[in-house]
Design a protein around this ligand. Sequence first.
Ligand code: HEC
Length: 261
Amino acid sequence: MSTQPELTSIYRFHFTRLPLSMRLTYTMTLLVLGLGYLFALIYVWTSHAGRDGDPMLSVTDLIIAYSGSKSGTKLESALLGPMSGMLPSKERADIIGWIHEGAKEDAYHKGVEDIIQKRCLACHDGSNPHIPNFTKFEGIHEVTQRDTGMNIPTLVRVSHIHLFGLTFIFFITSVIFSHAYVRPLWFKCVVIAVPFLMILFDVFSWYLTKLHPMFAWMVIISGAFMAMAFAIEFFVSLYQMWLYRLPEELEKNGGRIPTIG
Ligand code: HEC
């Protein structure tokens, strides 16, 4: 006598019905990813804030980072932004003054070169091919030309890192979050789908910002939506895993969440 097996595959078991070992795996994964997210935000801050002269992170900072600055040079926006901690403000003012006077080679050898050698060559000595080499004047000369923003090879490199890395992160958080009981169902689906769309938005808008500065807003908006989705998945999952009491209708259903219909 054969009975039809129950179609459990159309259900997801709620967190509270998962074995302790699995909830621990999810919890620890979320905690480490959360810390990673925090560091990513700090990184965005330290690598872009201050490029426009104002220490806060702004749309202008992103425009300068991706599409360049009409007035400034790469060296100047780096000195005001990500490299500002590398030297005392007096020396920074000396270099910026030299840039404003035309960044001439003979003036460089009278004063500026010593600062660069003392403060910058520890990293900018050519050993890392991804950052400008300042051992010769030519390297400095290049970054004192008009700033055209991040170059395409750099954007391509960062794009593939973001596309792979963020997809892994949101795949993991979404699979975990799928065990949460969230209604209406469409809201749960939006929280799951939006970050993936935003990854695409974000990466495309870097390139578009080169064409028109307005797209820097898209970078910010997609980043904000991604962070919001991450926060919802993070807090709802942890809360429902450890502190939540199942509503009656799920209790009756053996802790199974209907995922369709
Ligand atoms: C501790 C290592 C370190 C020191 C010291 C350092 N830099 Fe950098 N610099 C980096 C790294 C890493 C990058 C690439 C990171 C990035 O693009 O945000 C970089 C990038 C730059 C860029 C390119 C920015 C861009 O938008 O492409 C400039 C210009 C620059 N540094 C100038 C300087 C100057 C001037 C000094 C000395 C006052 C200095 N750096 C000291 C590590 C360093």
